[in-house]
Write a protein that binds this ligand. Sequence first.
Ligand code: PGA
Length: 260
Amino acid sequence: MRVVICPDLCAVATAAADIVTELVGRKPQGTLGLATGSSPLGLYAELAERVAAGLDMSGFSGFALDEYVGLAPDDPRSYAHVIRTQVTEPLRLKPENVHVPTGIGDDLDAECLAYEDAIRAAGGIDIQILGIGRNGHLGFNEPTSSFASRTRVASLAKWTRQDNARYFSSPEDVPRECVTQGLGTIMAARMTLLIATGVAKAGAVARAVEGPVSALCPASILQHHENAVVVIDEEAAGELALVDYYRDTQRRSVRDTVAG
Ligand code: PGA
């Protein structure tokens, strides 16, 4: 796992955008896994600025991580709406190439299978962008989710519903179920890019990066990914034990890049 510690939010957004921009240069028809929540917003804003300045992402496809059960895509609280306004439009992606699991319908299990098929048909995900929950969840894979899980209907943990209540008029309005890419789906991406900022995430980041690999911290499965990058600010790095090692590795990789 490569841990990149940045001085502030702006540097986190820049470091993450540099990774995506490198993919755009190498593979103009790349595919991103798209997280929602507050963590990737700086990355999306930075990419939008680069697109406005000439970066061409029009060949890219995207697959959102999750959606609430019961919210229609035109509901402003749905992740379909968030992805459209924060990603598809500002990054000038073609709407038909951007997919969000559907949270409404009579047969969500069939929709989940179709979502997995669509990811496979697109050639898999090049970079899976991720946030992390305070409880260590990835997407909406709450603690005890199977490491082999695929896109499915799942229940939201109490903590997650509390954390996400800020997007709803009352905590009771937060749906109890969601559709989420599974941990197996996430692990199939060629690269994972986890973004975390702020002191509230420090415990989860430490457990994901340095803790035992455990279903109690779903993000710890990333320790088994051969190309997992974690981009965090100083506050989110606050509980890491080997912080000097990560900084040293980071300095060397910058030096190697500059040396060409
Ligand atoms: P956040 O959520 O980016 O809004 O903090 C992340 C998550 O819960 O996965």
